[in-house]
Design a protein around this ligand. Structure first.
Ligand SMILES: [Zn+2]
Length: 553
């Protein structure tokens, strides 16, 4: 009898949240990592650039890691790559286009160390440790997207990656339903399925329809057209460029990173365009020779607020002109709804008359809707189903869906990041919970920002800071001079004379009553802090951060 392998799934991110997808498939002593994504900081994480998974378990088990397989070039799937590679330089596997994107992310973060990258063709088996694996072509709104299948003695373990089913796809093939069906007949042990759009009833609309919508908006526009996307939305780039070429309108691209990615995509054979029709955007699309005003393709880059270039959040705002037609055609980024509404409003204020909002939610999502999920479940017939990639409500919806079409409740697992799911032919259980928290990245610091720092930033952002600098004559128990009170974001000191006088009086009183012979600097500092904080709260109902700086002479 063949001995059964010990099979575990350990998600490090992507469950109960949008972004930072990463999961370990552990079969005996062979560990395969799928994806290494990042997430956008949440409200309240002030000053944080990006959030990445906790890699501790990987560092502790380095000798077991056989490689990292990347499913596709979106930030939620490879944004943490530079941070991971800085800690453990492991071989990376993926399609030609996905690896080109991986190189882009690494370089974007100034990571230039040699990295072993192994290019794979979907459908062609490759070996990771003792495990035979293959990529499955899937359709998604980036080129070269794939799912991953790993062969075990209990059957295939499949991670779909992000996908949708599109029978009239743009410039690419539909999800490989044939191969998924074949794997289903061979026997699928566990299926991790993209549940990001599991709330959507029915099937998502075809990418061609999105293309037609973009084309219609561009055709109608008599003046300049500004299309906003995310740098990785290459399918949209292709759509815009194709229609521009057809209409004889020139495309300007002010975002340097997008030009870099386009060149990579072109050499990977994914993107098709005539360089003559593309400008770097210095002239902002005002070409005198072209019959119609140009099209500006404006892209947000990793680590930048999604609508940054239009909303001004990225420092400088793109200058719209009256009569501009604006098309928001980027992939959907969770948590950007508020900015989106504000930004659209602002564009109308600037005089843009036509704003088309196509941002992919629900119907035109690049993630499978309920009917598509049902189809994949029916084709692959997995023993165990693990919804991945989504907020809790998406995962639970996907679970309900699987149960509706015949899976027992104990065969579908809604997991939390850090849960260790151990599965065998008879049963599957969460056997352990490892630490899989959020690691916050602020500038060059990775993981050094904790709750205390975040809390400080929150206080500073809400009520500001008051710095009190004072010199105390120890012998006479008196202040050497009036204390210097500096405030930022609290009150304008020059116009708050009375408050300053009251604080000064309070400080004098404090100093006079202290016994400085038995003085402990830290506790006196805290005393000043507490007393003044209380006083300021009573007077203003605000709680600024009070920082006393005390000098003794
Ligand atoms: Zn994606």
């Amino acid at each position: 009898m063949i001995q059964e392998q010990k099979i575990q799934l350990i998600p490090l991110g992507g469950l109960g949240e949008f972004g930072k997808n990463m999961v370990i498939v552990a079969v005996d002593d062979d560990w395969i990592i799928i994806d290494s994504g990042s997430a956008m900081p949440e409200d309240g994480m002030l000053g944080i650039d990006v959030v990445i998974p906790d890699f501790s378990i990987l560092l502790e088990n380095q000798e077991k890691i056989r490689g990292l397989v990347l499913t596709h070039g979106h930030e939620p799937h490879m944004g943490a790559l530079p941070y991971l590679m800085e800690q453990i330089n492991i071989p990376i596997y993926g399609t030609k286009m996905t690896l080109a994107m991986a190189r882009f992310y690494l370089n974007e973060y100034d990571y230039f160390e040699p990295v072993q990258m192994i290019t794979l063709e979907p459908g062609v088996p490759f070996q990771l440790g003792k495990l035979t694996c293959e990529l499955i072509h899937v359709y998604h709104d980036v080129f070269g997207a794939s799912g991953v299948a790993i062969s075990t003695r209990s059957g295939w373990i499949i991670n779909t990656g992000d996908f949708k089913i599109d029978y009239t796809p743009c410039e690419s093939r539909n999800t490989d339903l044939d191969r998924l069906g074949a794997l289903g007949r061979e026997g699928v042990f566990a299926l991790m399925i993209d549940s990001a759009n599991a709330e959507y009833k029915g099937s998502t609309r075809s990418e061609s329809e999105v293309g037609e919508q973009i084309a219609r908006a561009i055709r109608q526009a008599k003046s300049r057209v500004v299309v906003h996307i995310y740098v990785t939305d290459l399918v949209r780039v292709q759509q815009v460029i194709s229609i521009a070429e057809e209409l004889g309108r020139r495309v300007s691209i002010p975002t340097e990173q997008l030009l870099t990615i386009m060149e990579r995509a072109e050499s990977a054979g994914a993107l098709n365009y005539s360089r003559r029709n593309i400008g770097s955007g210095q002239k902002r699309g005002k070409s005198k020779s072209a019959p119609l005003p140009g099209i500006i393709l404006l892209a947000s880059v990793p680590g930048q607020p999604y609508l940054g270039p239009l909303s001004g959040e990225s420092g400088h705002r793109f200058q719209l002109e009256k009569d501009d037609t604006v098309i928001l055609a980027g992939s959907y980024h969770a948590g950007t709804e508020k900015t989106l509404i504000r930004t659209i409003d602002m564009m109308y204020r600037q005089g843009a008359e036509q704003v088309h909002e196509l941002i992919s939610r629900g119907a035109i999502s690049s993630h499978a809707g309920q009917d598509e999920l049902k189809l994949i479940l029916s084709l692959t017939k997995p023993q165990y189903v693990i919804p991945v990639h989504g907020e809790m409500r998406h995962l639970i919806q996907a679970k309900a869906l699987a149960q509706k079409i015949g899976w027992d409740e104990d065969k579908v697992f809604v997991l939390d990041n850090g849960d260790v799911l151990e599965m065998n032919k008879e049963t599957a259980n969460i056997v352990q919970k490892i630490s899989a928290g959020k690691v916050l990245v602020d500038g060059l610091g990775v993981g050094d920002i904790g709750n205390v720092v975040l809390k400080d930033r929150k206080v500073l952002s809400q009520d500001g800071v008051v710095i009190i600098a004072m010199t105390i004559r120890r012998k006479s128990k008196k202040l050497a001079a009036n204390p210097e009170i500096v405030s930022r974001g609290f009150v304008y000191v020059k116009e708050s004379e009375q408050l300053v006088q009251e604080v000064t009086a309070k400080l004098n009183e404090l100093v006079e009553t202290q016994d400085f012979d038995h003085y402990d600097p830290a506790s006196f500092r805290n005393l000043v802090k507490d007393v003044i904080s209380k006083q300021l709260y009573e007077k203003t109902r605000r709680r600024p951060m009070v920082l006393p700086v005390i000098l003794f002479v």
